[in-house]
Design a protein around this ligand. Structure first.
Ligand SMILES: *Cc1c(COP(=O)(O)O)cnc(C)c1O
Length: 345
């Protein structure tokens, strides 16, 4: 039997894995690249959805975490730590459990989707809610590494970005070429940096003749890169990108410059429209932050006939509250044929 073995094995030639004896994997990656028929019609282009919600813990964070935990283990670490808007903690907790390591997670109190909190808890992480926002949680996680024998697995850990570059590899492997545009949500800006590295390495290695323009999208209430200054109190329904001072700000600006791309803002209303459109028209249930990529191309348009890939970073099931509150709770009717007939006609 031979199946998909996970990113570090499948793309081993693109990594530096010296000193690694044991790979920690949950067979992440190899996610679908779906052609989006109705979205393509709406923007007069060929749009594909890279659905990262189908990774083992339900987001692209697994791509970086297989690398970060594998390396941490090879270096003899026994505990990892992260500050998180939710998905990093879910992935860290899952891979730490697989590796037999301890995981400490700092999340902003009340500002993480309930599914993500549930994941970190059931995978056995030590979860602490901080009376503060994500940026403070990350700062504290960083500081703790100076005082305790713990390895940080946020995207400031370079192993995370390395693993995440595989998203770009998979897109080129399926399309046979890089797209014209890669549209991607931006929070801490690690993923846009990682995708660009992947496209660039494939280009240099002769796997792709061209490079895409990188289009990043931030939520309007948490758009420091668009504004050009940190945002002290970021606010958005898209909690995964509710970040006021991105760790990979400078690399992201380089990506935009080198790829002739851009980073722009979409409002929460535009994000929710795209989120609902994706579910109803493309049958893809992603989380609100993920829909920022699609909100962006709907808002700003794309060149006619171009090939566009929108990265849908996480699974909608992680944030059931948003889906339910957007739709409203279903009506309750009496358990009788009569009542049903009345309601449905
Ligand atoms: C982490 C995350 C993002 C943002 O990615 P960055 O690398 O922080 O820019 C977007 N969407 C989801 C679902 C995420 O989990």
């Amino acid at each position: 039997m031979s199946g998909w073995k996970g990113l570090l094995t499948e793309y081993a030639e693109w990594f530096h894995l010296e000193g690694v004896r044991e790979v920690v994997t949950l067979q992440e990656g190899n996610t679908p690249l779906l052609f989006a028929q109705r979205l393509s019609e709406r923007v007069s282009a060929n749009v594909y959805l890279k659905f990262e919600g189908l990774n083992p813990s339900g987001s692209f964070k697994d791509r970086g975490m297989t690398m970060a935990i594998t390396k941490a283990k090879a270096n003899g670490a026994s505990t990892v730590i992260c500050g998180s808007t939710g998905n990093t903690s879910a992935a860290a907790a899952a891979y730490a459990a697989k590796a037999g390591m301890e995981c400490v997670v700092l999340v902003p109190e009340g500002k993480i989707a309930v599914g993500k909190l549930a994941q970190a808890m059931i995978y056995g992480a030590r979860v602490l809610q901080i009376r503060g926002n994500f940026d403070q949680a990350l700062d504290l996680a960083r500081e703790l590494t100076q005082h305790l024998p713990v390895t940080i697995v946020n995207s400031i850990n370079p192993d995370r970005i390395e693993g995440q570059k595989t998203g770009a590899f998979e897109i080129v492997d399926v399309l046979g070429e890089a797209p014209d545009i890669l549209a991607i949500p931006v929070g801490n800006a690690g993923n846009i940096t990682a995708y660009w590295r992947g496209f660039t390495q494939y280009h240099v290695g002769g796997r792709a003749a061209r490079l895409p323009k990188m289009w990043g999208f931030q939520a309007a209430g948490a758009a420091p890169i668009v504004l050009g200054h940190p945002v002290a109190n970021p606010e958005t329904i898209a909690t995964a990108i509710r970040i006021g001072n991105p760790a990979s700000w400078v690399p992201a600006l380089e990506v935009i410059h080198e790829s002739l791309g851009d980073i722009r803002a979409v409002t929460d209303a535009e994000i929710l429209d795209a989120y609902q459109f994706l579910a109803r028209q493309e049958s893809v249930f992603c989380e609100p932050a993920s829909a920022a990529s699609v909100a962006g191309i709907l808002k700003f348009g794309v060149p006619e006939g171009s090939t566009v890939v929108c990265v849908l970073t996480g699974n909608g099931l992680k944030d059931p509250d948003t889906a339910v509150s957007l739709s409203g709770m279903p009506p309750v009717v009496d358990a009788s044929l009569d009542a049903l007939m009345k309601t449905l006609s």
